[in-house]
Write a protein that binds this ligand. Structure first.
Ligand code: ZN
Ligand code: ZN
Length: 389
């Protein structure tokens, strides 16, 4: 049995601020950008995000306190806990994370988490990555079809690229680089204060350990040059609104040959006039005539990937009936098969009838028996018993 309070290491009467603070600390520690290819951290990140999702919502927290995680099953908007086993995808967990901190840290927090995330300096980046290039983000709008089938997009990015003239070195040649005399190349200096000695970043070389004495004239020693760069982005089939792609190394080049930052692509998917998406499943409303509904029919319907599929509607198909066509939904973005297509039937009542048509319908009506309309019959029986009581 999961205990969301234990997971966030907070007491059961923690205030909303304490919950957010605890989540921030844990989410940053386990964030996938800090723990690439670490499935333990990934599981932890999902777990703390789920706990936060529940405990930050006053309603869900109340239900959870009273009935436990079981109580949240099937809860409208219950999200993670609704399904029982927690966040199944990283996207969900990242969405929670962005929902909590994407809009800045609020009062007194100063910079938004994403400032430090994308700004490259301070906070989130570790010491060793200080010289790394800045990570970039961009939003990419896709049509429904592009998201369903996958596509390739070309964008132009203003980034710092590695300087061609010096290959990112910053100096005209290797001879133009000297070991920093202040720290002898260590990048750190030791300062003694009484019994203690403290090490700090060398102020002369900013931790580089080297000094450029003969700067490259193209980049003036930085090793990078601002440029407009064409980037091809491969969008996998099945991406959904709000997902994020990470393109490692596509951000700014690092200073003096340090690793480049990353590019984060935020996906926005336009709505479709006919298809409505729910995860990998897709819904479609299919209008049929009154005669087709009564007699049954075969229909060819478009699928979201551009093909058609045939469905057979039986005699007496009712308006509102939903037919599930297996595997005709969208491809799963992680390559795990396809979703289903849900065909919602809507029977269209005929309009603008001619005199002849009306005549025939009246003739048909005379032949009606109560067996033809079991629902009408049972409705009037219910009403009757209501009045006789
Ligand atoms: Zn130095
Ligand atoms: Zn250069």
């Amino acid at each position: 049995m999961k205990d969301f309070y234990n997971i966030l290491e907070i007491s059961r009467d923690a205030s909303p601020e304490e919950i957010k603070k605890a989540y921030r600390k844990k989410a940053l520690a386990y964030h996938p950008d800090r723990n690439p290819n670490n499935s333990d951290a990934e599981a932890k990140f999902k777990e703390v995000s789920e706990a936060y999702e529940i405990l930050s919502d006053e309603n869900k927290r109340k239900i959870y306190d009273q009935y436990g995680a079981e109580g949240l099953k099937g809860f409208p908007g219950g999200g993670a806990a609704g399904g029982g086993p927690g966040f199944s995808s990283m996207e969900e967990a990242l969405r929670t994370f962005m929902g909590a901190f994407g809009g800045g840290m609020g009062s007194g927090g100063g910079e938004s988490i994403f400032e430090s995330f994308f700004g490259g300096g301070g906070g989130f980046e570790t010491e060793a990555r200080e010289k790394r290039g800045t990570s970039k983000k961009l939003s990419l709008s896709l049509t429904f079809e592009e998201a369903a089938r996958g596509c390739e997009k070309e964008v132009f990015l203003n980034t710092y690229g590695s300087c061609e003239a010096c290959k990112g070195l910053g100096a005209k040649s290797h001879k133009g680089i000297q070991t920093c005399p202040t720290c002898q190349g260590r990048g750190q200096i030791l300062q003694s204060r009484g019994f203690f000695s403290m090490s700090s970043t060398c102020p002369a070389c900013h931790g580089e350990g080297k000094k450029i004495i003969d700067s490259c004239s193209e980049c003036r020693g930085s090793g990078r040059i601002k440029s407009k760069r064409k980037v091809k982005i491969k969008i996998p089939a099945g991406v959904d609104n709000g997902m994020r792609l990470k393109m490692t190394g596509y951000g700014d080049a690092g200073a003096q040959g340090s690793p480049a930052g990353d590019l984060y692509v935020y996906i926005e998917v336009a709505t479709h006039p006919a298809f409505v998406r729910d995860g990998d499943d897709v819904s479609l409303e299919l209008p049929i005539t009154f005669t087709e509904a009564a007699l049954g029919c075969k229909k060819e319907i478009p699928t979201p990937l551009g093909g058609v599929c045939k469905i057979t509607l039986p005699e007496g198909t009712q308006s509102g009936k939903v037919f599930r066509v297996k595997n005709k939904g969208l491809p799963n973005v992680h390559g795990q098969g396809h979703g289903d297509m849900l065909v919602h039937i809507r029977v269209e009542t005929p309009v603008k009838l001619s005199e002849k048509q009306k005549e025939l319908l009246h003739a048909l009506e005379k032949l009606d028996t109560s067996q033809n309309h079991p629902e009408c019959k049972s409705f009037f029986e219910k009403i009757k018993s209501f009045f006789s009581n």
